[in-house]
Design a protein around this ligand. Structure first.
Ligand code: GAL
Length: 667
């Protein structure tokens, strides 16, 4: 476990560099990420290359015992390039308007010209630096995933999308049949006629894509995701030819990614490790601690191995306005939260606030003056503690026996047509995660086709669509003794985003041992429920369940479906399949997860303290229990055994006292 910084030596006079090195070492920082926006320095004019400046930086860092994650600069094409190639490179927005020079990420992932340029520069960089002793890893591009940059609506994408569909469907008749283009007279005569879902193709003046053919929309989301992945993989392949150092990219949090982003499970396949950028309190709002914990859990789940935070907030930040300065203790707390949840390296963004450019407000550890400050003191303490903890522990991972299934296909489909006002797949998954978070029970995320045998409990909230492989995987999991919970809006659609004509829950009817002949999407009303979760309230959706072989586990206690089941359990092979036909409020959800854990041999502690995150983790040989106080006040946390607190070395028994934003690591 260690810390690093995002460093931009090219923004500063060389005479300052040595001071930076001395201060970084003083703070326990041994790794820096550099170079991800530097294209115009490498290639000042077309085919006019300069590398001496980077040679000097790398040599300097190496001489000063720093290792480097080397960013490829494809997020920022230089001005001469966009001037010369214009629309051959630019993205277009949903209205079809071309993006222009001035910010970053304005290039189209399907631009042949841009890809060629990127390949050429990446090859030169990889060739030149692969053997450099400072380099410990590579980062491709920067933050592949922003919704408005993943989905492009330019003519280049239109052309490539048609090729993508031709590959997928073979004939236009097959596409017409699959999409149901007979509806509203949308039948295509050739692939050249197929549209991309630009704004003007909406039914009315809506601000999103409502009114489009849902199969086309889902295919477009997949196409955009695959375009980015293939753009990234071209760089991965080039770097691999020259370097044996691990390759990553820095991902975004789930909330940003929701609905229109990249399938990060697929993207992770060619990466050696995954990383993400964690901004918690900034101009655009504050993330809740459970949401950040969930994001860490997602990251460790993409490859089920330790991940990095490649950009961890380290100061007050924002672009046009700033968010609050991290209260004393928070930088340390956020670092521990990452480590407890499976991150082995936390890199702070950025070393020092930059006095110019779009991000002149975005503070790093140091302010514009570059002098030691409160944040530097706090990070230095963390650096020291991480070194000490690393003498005992290798990379730690939470010990999860439960998994929540996450499907990007389902997520995108739910974003396309939300089923009911207020419904978000991502928020529903967070409802499940939050229940575990509150109980201090680790939970992973998993893709529906993954091997699930490591989990004694698997939750499939609103898993709208599954392919044959995924369906069989879930059936086998339950048959072989697993405990599976499926919720409302699961298994009802085809992978092409059309409805199955089987009785709900379609693909899962047999396993769940139920049929659903009626349901109630809730608009401006709530419905009370009662069952193994105590009493609770549904606010989104109520499936009125008719058990076939299943037994009732919960029921509605009001409305016209009073006394009808809202939850069931069915014996299936050696396992059990639960079906939850509604959403639940926080308390009932927590009760339900407690009940399901107890049915699945997952130990449940007595109670949790509000705002205290509790994560049991292991490095395979040693156990660590992290206690993290997200409250602005002190707390006393009961503990069951006698432990050594690994930061202070003190013995603790019975209770642990934590100050505001304080942490303890118990062994
Ligand atoms: C991230 C990005 C960084 C920097 C930072 C602050 O999203 O990766 O390059 O821009 O935000 O805005």
């Amino acid at each position: 476990m260690r810390i690093g910084v995002d460093y931009y030596p090219e923004h500063w006079e060389k005479k300052r560099w040595k001071t930076d090195m001395d201060m970084m070492h003083q703070a326990g920082i041994g790794v820096v990420r550099i170079g991800e926006f530097d294209w115009s320095l490498y290639e000042s004019k077309e085919d006019v290359y300069h590398f001496e400046w980077m040679d000097e930086i790398l040599d300097f860092l190496h001489t000063n015992n720093m290792t480097v994650v080397f960013g490829t600069p494809s997020a920022t094409p230089p001005k001469w390039m966009t001037d010369k190639y214009g629309d051959a490179i630019y993205q277009a927005d949903i209205n079809g308007n071309s993006k222009i020079f001035g910010t970053r990420k304005h290039y189209c992932f399907n631009s042949d010209v841009y890809r060629e340029k990127v390949r050429k520069l990446t090859e030169k960089i990889a060739e030149r630096y692969a053997g450099h002793p400072a380099i410990e890893g590579w980062q491709i591009d920067n933050e592949l995933g922003w919704a408005d940059t993943v989905r492009c609506y330019c003519d280049k994408c239109e052309k490539k999308f048609r090729e993508f569909l031709k590959d997928k469907y073979g004939t236009i008749d097959k596409l017409n049949e699959t999409y149901g283009t007979v509806f509203w007279s949308q039948t295509y005569n050739s692939f050249d006629e197929v549209i991309i879902p630009r704004a003007g193709a909406c039914y009315d003046c809506c601000h999103d894509t409502q009114g489009q053919n849902p199969s086309l929309l889902l295919d477009y989301d997949r196409f955009c995701s695959e375009s980015v992945i293939s753009f990234m993989n071209e760089q991965v392949d080039i770097i691999r030819k020259h370097s044996d150092r691990p390759i990553t990219t820095n991902m975004l949090d789930a909330a940003v990614n929701s609905g229109t982003g990249i399938d990060y499970f697929k993207m992770s396949k060619t990466l050696d490790f995954v990383t993400w950028d964690n901004y918690i309190e900034f101009q655009w709002g504050k993330a809740k601690d459970e949401t950040v914990s969930r994001d860490h859990a997602l990251l460790r789940s993409y490859k089920h191995q330790p991940f990095w935070v490649m950009e961890q907030q380290s100061g007050p930040c924002g672009w046009s306005k700033m968010g609050p300065t991290p209260t004393p203790g928070k930088l340390r707390l956020w670092t521990y939260q990452a480590v407890a949840n499976g991150s082995d390296t936390v890199v702070y963004f950025r070393w020092r606030a930059c006095p110019f450019g779009t991000e002149e407000y975005w503070h790093g550890i140091l302010g514009h003056d570059g002098r030691p400050n409160r944040r530097f003191e706090e990070i230095s303490k963390v650096g020291e503690e991480m070194k000490r903890l690393s003498q005992t522990y290798g990379p730690l991972q939470p010990k999860a026996k439960a998994a929540i299934l996450k499907s990007f296909d389902s997520e995108w489909s739910h974003e396309i047509h939300k089923h009911v006002e207020g419904f978000h797949y991502d928020s529903l998954l967070l409802d499940y995660y939050r229940a575990f978070y509150r109980m201090g029970i680790p939970v992973e995320f998993a893709a529906p086709e993954e091997d699930l045998t490591a989990y004694s409990l698997v939750l499939a909230p609103a898993l709208l669509m599954v392919n044959k492989e995924q369906k069989e995987n879930l059936e086998n999991y339950a048959k072989n003794g697993g405990n599976l919970l499926i919720s409302f809006r699961s298994g009802v659609k085809t992978m092409e985003n059309t409805f199955l004509t089987e009785t709900i829950p379609g693909d899962f009817g047999k396993m769940a041992g139920i049929e659903i002949h009626d349901f109630d999407p809730l608009l401006e009303k709530e419905t009370k429920v009662s069952g193994v979760f105590g009493t609770g309230t549904a606010k989104l959706w109520c499936d009125i369940i008719s058990p076939v072989t299943a037994k009732e586990a919960g029921r509605y206690i009001e409305d016209f479906y009073m006394d009808k089941p809202c939850m069931t359990v069915n014996a299936y092979g050696n396992g059990r399949v639960y079906y939850l036909g509604c959403d639940l409020d926080e308390k009932a959800m927590e009760n339900l997860m407690k009940y399901l854990c107890s049915q699945s041999d997952i130990p449940v502690g007595s109670y949790a303290i509000e705002g205290v995150e509790c994560v049991p983790a292991t490095d395979g040989a040693n156990e660590a229990l992290f206690l993290m106080n997200h409250n602005a006040h002190s707390v006393i946390v009961p503990v069951e055994k006698e432990y050594t607190e690994m930061i202070t070395g003190e013995k603790v028994k019975g209770t642990v006292s934590l100050g505001a934003y304080d942490v303890a690591v118990l062994k």
